[in-house]
Design a binder for this molecule. Structure first.
Ligand SMILES: Nc1nc2c(c(=O)[nH]1)N[C@H]1C(S)=C(S)[C@@H](COP(=O)(O)OP(=O)(O)OC[C@H]3O[C@@H](n4cnc5c(=O)[nH]c(N)nc54)[C@H](O)[C@@H]3O)O[C@H]1N2
Ligand SMILES: Nc1nc2c(c(=O)[nH]1)N[C@H]1C(S)=C(S)[C@@H](COP(=O)(O)OP(=O)(O)OC[C@H]3O[C@@H](n4cnc5c(=O)[nH]c(N)nc54)[C@H](O)[C@@H]3O)O[C@H]1N2
Ligand code: SF4
Ligand SMILES: [Mo]
Length: 902
């Protein structure tokens, strides 16, 4: 097969790595890091390097589907019919109920050109500010933080600053999982410069702590108190830069008054840390040559998210640690083009070119440029309010693009109620398997990674040209093309006979039109073109007309983007998270990411290999909490919050402090019965950024008594089987789905219930698992409601179903994995009491290194044999490819040495 290579970008995180896509024009066969790309210089993490394994066509949306009544099923339709129908429903809704009765909910994973099209559609054509993005759940606190302290939403730093700093604070960011290629850069820098100091502020001991000189395990949500407490010590010790404060800032006196109250004793108590640690942080920051801070969702996703951002930026302004190499407040963006969304004005309160929807001059400037009379002045709804208003019946037509709100928004019960009740829901999606697709009246297939072109901006303001490698499958189309096609049809209803606003045939025309809206603004990119990006590579904004290169660092001259050019200190007191623990809800739930999964898993959940590291949803609590509740590792528990309940496995994990719990955000209703993690979370928001507090809510756990268990595994056709089997498990109290198997992907199901389900249901399940007839070994004990079935083809297990009790599941899975079906299997099946020979536990079957397929068990036994990291690499190969597993291997090595010296 003749293949070629196309240079593009990774579609996951905000690091924005360059990738080289190897393909034959139709199919993507491999992906490598682009050595020329300045974000990664050839490196990729475990997610980027497996992108070519995630595109399962069985999960993709291929053709538009339309439902003409809530009770009916959707049927395949043409683009013409789909978009004409959507245009007439939108037009009618707008005519009857006004422009604010419709809304758009878009995504930080769209390209800049897509965003621009949506903004022009909502504000320019329809005349509503009801366009918000999932960046509301992600970056909106950082947006407010930057704007009110520095005058513009512009991260002033760049990735090279990581190499140039001698003191880095990583606050509320688990970079080792969430921005791995940047973390590799930090690892290399620290190895070369052991004097560099790293402080990690996180309630959990994450893999990122592998590099920490100090891990400050603050109590959840107490960052503002910590930062004020550090400032207090900086002032006391004289470690502030009075000159800088005087020349370049306003508002220090008020902050000084406030910080006086944050004495070390008070702060240590609020944050649950020692006085020594507090003092140590202040000293490292105060004495640093170059102090850099990196932060992410641990600060932003909070009811005091903007206060946390501002309190951290205060420390930089007070020490003059901004606008110079190796220093500054550097917010890491989550999604690949969260920045592009902010630039094009894709939050309800913004307008393109870092403008404000509430500012009449800004509105007029954009309206004039677009050639429309005016832009709407009524405020738009932010994500949480938007879904509340859908629930209240105020929003009657909702367009969702490139995001999965039925998984990712907090308080899922209400979100799903809203989606179910909305008269018309359009979902523009690449994968038709998501939770939100179930609610779509019109489902539109979008082209996805490798199939579409445009631009994205990464965390360091760097714009890359995203290039198309292959054509999209079926009738799928790029997002901008869907949006502008719909807009042209809606124009026929809303502005018949007037000049068209959406005459775009190519994404480049959208870019060219958009970029002029940035001219003369802080983010000016009017000097950029696609061909220039192709010629000189990705560039950091601003890049005004006539520029030769981008801008590496902002505010080097001490002039800020505020009206008077001075930065503003913000004085806000610490406020506790919205929901408190009490006797009925005695644990604080924290949620976040895993190393190898991406959000709702619509993409990563298609690659069996990416389940190797973590296979099932599990709630982590400190081992003391397990003991206190008489729970065992692996027990199923009922987790309840004031909003919802969920049954998951519990695991002891001493990286989580007592009184707290951690549940990854990735599980929604598809992979875990019960609406997933966000069934529990609360919709409280920050008063300024409207960003929800996804990191803290109060929960209770109790043992779930579900003695009747089911385990199933079937290889091949995983998507099809998944979609057929998933609905049958609504009858169970617990059901967890995953893929497994590196070369022969299989669907794996663990379920449990109070009692055996009716025999009809079990028969249906057996049929779909292909264990109802054919070459199947079976054993049934109806009295104990125990049954075991194994399908064997050509000497190999191809399907397994254990019912009643499942003790043998690890052993059987292991046999399946090895392609064995020997005599021991026959003996075990016939034994009435099914103790499995040589049981393998969940933990030891975990794959630590996904690139080289090395298990935790292998690493542990090599460490027990005396291997160090270098020997592990040569003996087993682990950690030699993407390096994402190295922090975890280091932790194993450390705990082994601790155990030896104890
Ligand atoms: N593997 C992977 N990588 C991703 C993503 C993914 O889904 N998977 N998603 C991308 C996106 S969109 C985003 S936004 C980023 C998110 O990247 P991160 O923000 O780094 O990831 P999270 O795990 O959500 O949260 C980070 C840490 O915040 C901590 N935390 C919780 N509460 C507090 C608190 O009160 N104070 C402090 N200081 N810390 C707290 C949590 O314990 C957690 O370790 O990741 C991006 N990268
Ligand atoms: N509890 C809890 N909840 C959280 C968080 C948390 O930390 N804890 N984090 C929050 C954060 S920071 C974020 S960013 C959100 C993310 O939440 P979502 O935005 O819901 O996350 P994704 O699953 O990435 O959704 C993107 C969707 O776009 C689809 N898609 C992929 N490519 C394309 C394309 O090119 N075009 C179109 N139209 N569709 C495409 C994917 O299949 C996927 O379904 O979750 C938030 N929710
Ligand atoms: S760090 Fe990983 S997920 Fe993020 S852009 Fe790079 S390869 Fe993609
Ligand atoms: Mo995010």
């Amino acid at each position: 097969m003749a293949t070629t290579t196309t240079a593009s970008t990774c579609c996951y995180c905000g690091v924005g790595c360059g990738v080289l896509i190897e393909h034959d024009g139709d199919t993507i066969v491999d992906v490598r890091g682009d050595p020329e790309h300045p974000a990664n210089f050839g490196k990729l993490c475990s997610k980027g390097s497996t992108l070519h394994l995630t595109g399962d066509l069985d999960a993709r949306g291929l053709y538009p589907e339309l439902r003409l009544g809530k009770q009916l099923a959707r049927a395949r339709t043409s683009w013409d019919e789909a978009l004409d129908h959507a245009a007439s429903v939108f037009a009618e809704t707008i005519r009857e109920h006004g422009p604010d009765s419709v809304a758009f909910y878009v995504s930080g994973q769209l390209l800049t050109e897509d965003y621009y099209a949506f903004n022009k559609l909502a504000r320019g054509l329809i005349g509503t500010n009801n366009i918000d993005s999932n960046s509301r759940l992600c970056m909106s606190s950082a947006v407010v933080g930057y704007k009110r302290s520095l005058g513009a939403d512009a991260p002033p730093c760049n990735y090279q600053d990581i190499e140039l700093s001698d003191c880095i604070v990583i606050a509320g960011s688990n970079m080792a999982y969430a921005h791995p290629v940047l973390f590799r850069r930090l690892e290399e820098t620290k190895a070369a410069n052991p004097d560099m100091r790293v402080i990690v502020i996180d309630p959990r001991r994450t893999d990122t702590c592998d590099l920490a000189d100090v891990h400050v395990a603050i109590l959840p949500g107490t960052d503002v108190a910590l930062f004020h407490g550090i400032l207090h010590i900086l002032m006391w010790e004289g470690w502030i830069d009075r000159n800088y404060i005087e020349q370049h800032t306003d508002g220090f006196d008020a902050l000084k008054q406030l910080a006086r109250n944050y004495t070390p004793g008070v702060v240590a108590e609020i944050c649950g840390i020692s006085l020594e640690q507090l003092q140590q942080c202040a000293q490292l920051i105060g004495k640093a040559e170059n102090f850099l801070s990196l932060w992410c969702m641990g600060l932003n996703q909070s009811s005091s998210g903007t206060a946390k951002n501002s309190a951290l930026i205060n420390l930089h302004l007070a020490t003059g640690q901004i606008g110079k190499p190796g220093a500054g407040p550097f917010s890491l963006t989550g999604q690949p083009n969260a920045m592009g969304g902010r630039e094009t004005g894709s939050l309800s309160n913004l307008l393109p070119g870092h403008r404000e929807a509430a500012n009449a001059d800004d509105r007029q400037a954009v309206a004039d440029y677009w050639g429309v009379e005016s832009l709407p002045s009524s405020p738009g709804l932010s994500a949480i309010e938007l879904f509340e208003q859908v629930n209240a019946g105020k929003i009657k037509a909702l367009w969702v693009a490139c995001t999965n709100p039925a998984q990712s928004l907090p308080d899922q019960h209400n979100v799903q109620k809203a989606l179910a009740s909305c008269p018309f829901v359009v979902v523009q999606e690449a994968f038709f398997t998501t939770e939100t697709c179930a609610f779509a009246d019109l489902l539109l297939p979008a082209a996805s990674w490798g199939e579409k072109a445009g631009t994205v901006t990464n965390s360091e303001r760097r714009i890359s040209h995203v290039r198309r490698a292959v054509s999209a499958p079926g009738a799928a189309r790029p997002d901008w093309a869907i949006t502008t096609d719909f807009a042209r049809r809606l124009e026929q209803h809303l502005r018949p006979g007037m000049p068209g606003l959406f005459n775009f045939d190519h994404e480049e025309q959208l870019f060219e039109q958009y970029k002029q809206l940035t001219a003369g603004r802080d983010l000016d990119i009017s000097g950029l073109t696609y061909s220039l990006l192709d010629e000189i590579g990705p560039q950091q904004w601003p890049f005004p007309a006539g520029a030769q290169h981008g801008t590496a660092r902002l505010y080097s001259d001490g002039k800020f983007a505020t009206a008077n050019g001075r930065a503003q200190f913000i004085s806000e007191a610490y406020a506790a998270p919205k929901e408190k623990r009490d006797a009925r809800h005695s644990l604080t739930l924290n949620t976040g990411r895993l190393r190898d999964h991406w959000h709702g898993m619509s993409r990563t959940g298609n690659a069996a290999r990416l389940f190797g590291h973590v296979q099932t949803a599990a709630l982590s609590v400190h081992p003391d909490e397990l003991r206190r509740r008489r729970l065992q590792d692996g027990d199923l528990v009922r987790v309840s919050s004031r909003r919802g309940k969920l049954v998951v496995a519990v695991q002891g994990d001493d990286s989580v402090r007592s009184g707290q719990a951690y549940l990854p955000m990735h599980w929604g209703d598809r992979f875990l019965k019960g609406l997933g993690t966000n069934a529990l979370t609360l919709p409280a928001v920050d008063p300024l950024s409207r960003q929800p507090e996804l990191k803290h809510c109060a929960i209770n756990i109790e043992k779930a008594d579900l003695p009747w268990q089911l385990f199933a595994l079937i290889e091949g056709n995983v998507q099809q089987r998944f979609s057929q089997l998933r609905p049958l498990f609504e009858a169970f109290s617990y059901a967890n789905f995953a893929l497994t198997g590196r070369d022969r992907p299989a669907l794996m199901i663990s379920a449990a219930n109070e009692q055996a389900p009716n025999s009809e249901l079990l028969a249906k399940i057996d049929q779909l698992l292909a264990v109802d007839n054919g070459p199947v070994l079976a054993y049934d004990d109806p009295v104990r409601a125990v049954g075991k079935r194994v399908r064997i083809e050509q000497g190999r297990i191809t399907s397994i179903r254990l019912a009643g009790e499942t003790a043998a599941r690890h052993w059987l899975k292991d046999l399946w994995n090895k392609g064995q079906a020997d005599e021991s299997l026959r003996r075990w099946l016939l034994a009435p009491l099914s103790a499995a020979p040589g049981t393998v536990s969940i933990e030891s079957s975990k794959t630590l290194c996904n690139c080289m397929n090395v298990s935790l068990q292998q690493v542990n036994s090599a460490i027990a044999g005396g291997a160090d990291l270098a020997q592990l690499k040569t003996q087993l190969g682990c950690g030699t490819s993407c390096g994402s597993c190295i922090p975890e291997i280091n932790q194993l090595l450390r705990s082994h040495h601790c155990a030896l010296s104890a």
